[in-house]
Write a protein that binds this ligand. Structure first.
Ligand code: NDP
Ligand code: 8X3
Length: 252
């Protein structure tokens, strides 16, 4: 039976790939993000290609009122959300703490932690009423390993790691599954965003190795949702073959 899947940050990268992967399975999708043109285009593509229902919610996850209003505006047919993919997030900057931009810190903290919490609170309530559901949080290898110049981003992903464990416990009695997926390097718009649009610096991050793609992570997302009802995958760490962890890569 077709499920209803809510994907935050579906305008590019992992979120877009996840939305596409679920649509290919015949599921109905709610796609979200701030870039209206991309959301409309993706809706058009997915509906035409896979004959599924796609709803667009354009909002900023940092804005609590926008989050709650967006959820309220969902059409009746898509209100029963089976799967939530908490994917929207970003890194901004790469500096030591004494040199970091405080606006970048606010944006990362508000998006990666508070935004994820607002959406989860809204969506989980319906899941609790129905006694089922699956929440997938996109963390990062930086969620357990902090690297130089990445302290604040890493702290936000450590928070996602803690929140995933907390959700697993809080939702245990409600029949809701919780999975945290912690990718290593994935070539998306992530590094372009981190370096404020500097494409060549962004591209350099992946020099000499084959990074993951959004589709690779989407495959993992799809897999955890395909298992029997009694099985919960708590965590997945997924890295390129040439990346052992946050500190070691083998570049050719
Ligand atoms: P992209 O930059 O390609 O995608 C990020 C998505 O998040 C976009 O759709 C963007 O939409 C959305 N987003 C960002 N800020 C907001 C906001 N304030 N409100 C609503 N949506 C927002 O990067 P990735 O696909 O790589 O990133 C997805 C997730 O994966 C992030 O949480 C990231 O931390 C995590 N991750 C990425 C890794 C990588 O190497 N790429 C590795 C490990 C984890 P829009 O701009 O339209 O609002
Ligand atoms: C993204 C992975 O190591 O580039 O979360 O910060 S890393």
């Amino acid at each position: 039976m077709a499920k209803t899947v809510f994907v935050t940050g579906a305008t590019s990268g992992i979120g877009e790939a996840a939305a596409r992967a679920f649509a290919e399975e015949g599921d109905n999708i709610i796609i979200t993000g701030r870039r209206a043109v991309r959301l409309k285009e993706l809706k058009k593509q997915l509906e035409a290609e896979f004959c599924v229902e796609v709803a667009v919610l354009m909002f900023d996850v940092r804005d609590r009122k926008q989050c709650f209003a967006a959820l309220e505006s969902l059409p009746e047919a898509l209100r029963e959300i089976d799967i939530l993919v908490n994917n929207a997030g970003l890194a901004l900057g790469l500096e030591h703490i004494d040199e970091g931009d405080v606006n970048d810190w606010d944006t990362m903290i508000d998006t990666n932690i508070k935004g994820l919490l607002y959406i989860t609170r809204c969506v989980a309530r319906g899941m609790i009423e129905r006694g089922c559901g699956h929440i997938i949080n996109i963390g990062s290898i930086a969620g357990t390993q902090c690297y130089e110049n990445g302290a604040v981003y890493s702290a936000t992903k450590h928070a996602v790691h803690a929140l995933s464990q907390g959700m697993r416990i809080d939702f245990l009695a409600h029949g809701i599954k919780v999975t945290e997926i912690r990718p290593g390097m994935v070539e998306t718009e992530f590094s372009q965003v981190r370096f404020h649009g500097d494409r060549s610096r962004a591209h350099g991050v992946y020099n000499g190795l084959t990074p993951l793609t959004g589709d690779d992570v989407a495959d993992a997302i799809l897999w955890v949702t395909s298992l029997p009802e009694h099985v919960n995958i708590d965590e997945i760490v997924i890295t390129p073959k040439q990346q052992a962890n946050a500190y070691y890569t083998c570049r050719k």
